[in-house]
Design a protein around this ligand. Sequence first.
Ligand code: SAM
Ligand code: SF4
Length: 447
Amino acid sequence: MHYRSYLIESFGCQMNLSDSERIASQLESLGCISVTDHEQADIIVMNTCCVRESAENRIFGRIGALKRLKTKNPDKVIIVAGCLAQKDQESIFRRASHVDIVLGTQNIDRLAEIINEKQRRKHWVESADYALDGLGESIGENRHAGVSAWIPVMYGCDNYCSYCIVPYVRGRERSRSTESILKEICAFAESGGKEVTLLGQNVNSYGKNLPGDWDFPRLLAEVDQIEGIRRVRFMTSHPKDFGDALIQVMATGKNICKHLHLPVQSGCNELLQRMNRRYTTEEYHRHVERLRTAIPEVSLTTDIIVGFPGETDEMFEQTLAFVAEMKFDAAFTFLYSQRSGTPAATMDEQVPHAVKQARLQHLMDLQNEISLAVNQYWVEKSVEVLADGPSKSDPSTYSGRTDQNKLVLWPTTPEDYPGRFATVRITSAQTFLLRGIAESERTGMQI
Ligand code: SAM
Ligand code: SF4
């Protein structure tokens, strides 16, 4: 069977988006091209997430919806990849017998080979640990389309936060070699790339398993030197490993963006301890003070979980007070989700769903007020924006992001194209975005 086309649906975090690029590169090595119509695709890949139960249920719904297509065309290959594939493995076939291949998180590099051999087996599970000794080094360096790319610098996680399933489905922490990361970014820059985001579950522990004395600040400083790359971002930093060396590189770098994503998870020390986060709110506070002193216009975003087992009203109030004090630019807020196999799933005092929901709403209301107030700072200022393309919600406007990762919309001008660095004067602020007017490159005038 010769396969000509593929479609990938990606769920969850940026690491999955990056894995989807690696999956695409495997499929393209078989001669397949990307299509957007499920009927037309010879191969459909669902690249899944299982961090929260809600994501998992939604994905099983999507997988179920593919049954009709498989019945109509039994030659179509349905692949379930990613974290849910790693977690549920064989049981995916029981829930969805129309799935052909279950591909674990460490087996992406084997996909082309598996598809070539597929005729030998009906249902195929590939989920071995550490199957990928080369850590993706063999992946084609020209796999990134556009001007922005996700660059994994490490895989897996060793932190075992008590609520989190990631270490169980993505394996032990391993860093990619510096040489291969820099080579990949140089190739991307040569092909016109402008922005990279270095990815890892905890980038601050980069280099621990590598020979030599590589660490994340040193890697970041090296990436900052690559000609052609105008913006360097990274995520995620774990507060327990964050420190002055990284602040120093961020403050003195040429192209390192003034944005830090530093998940706090809770504003209560007792809960942080039960979450196995290994820092206190006081330590987090000190990091933020030093960061804001060194980089005055830095933006700070975070993740917060509400309704962790044992969270009392008083503990939740502590989180609200901490959020009010920190004045985050934005917070990703989550209802705690019980993930079987993690220590928190069997802790006593699970919080009732209705209580969790009420707390989440309260927290979101507070953070939205803060985000709006923080965004007002940008009104009447001119900012440099890396243009993405016409806005999806309003095609008469163009969209892009500032150094601080703020979304900006402005009325489209004839000079706009994706990948252009535009100067935009901000005229108004909203909770989740800024609006402005583009200034002409040639004349410095507003258009
Ligand atoms: N490695 C990153 C870190 O430590 O910040 C984050 C990875 S995780 C995919 C993204 C976010 O999902 C976490 O920061 C946490 O807030 C949230 N999360 C993880 N497990 C969760 C759970 N069981 N219930 C609710 N939220 C969860
Ligand atoms: Fe999950 Fe904690 Fe690892 Fe982040 S650091 S992936 S929250 S275990």
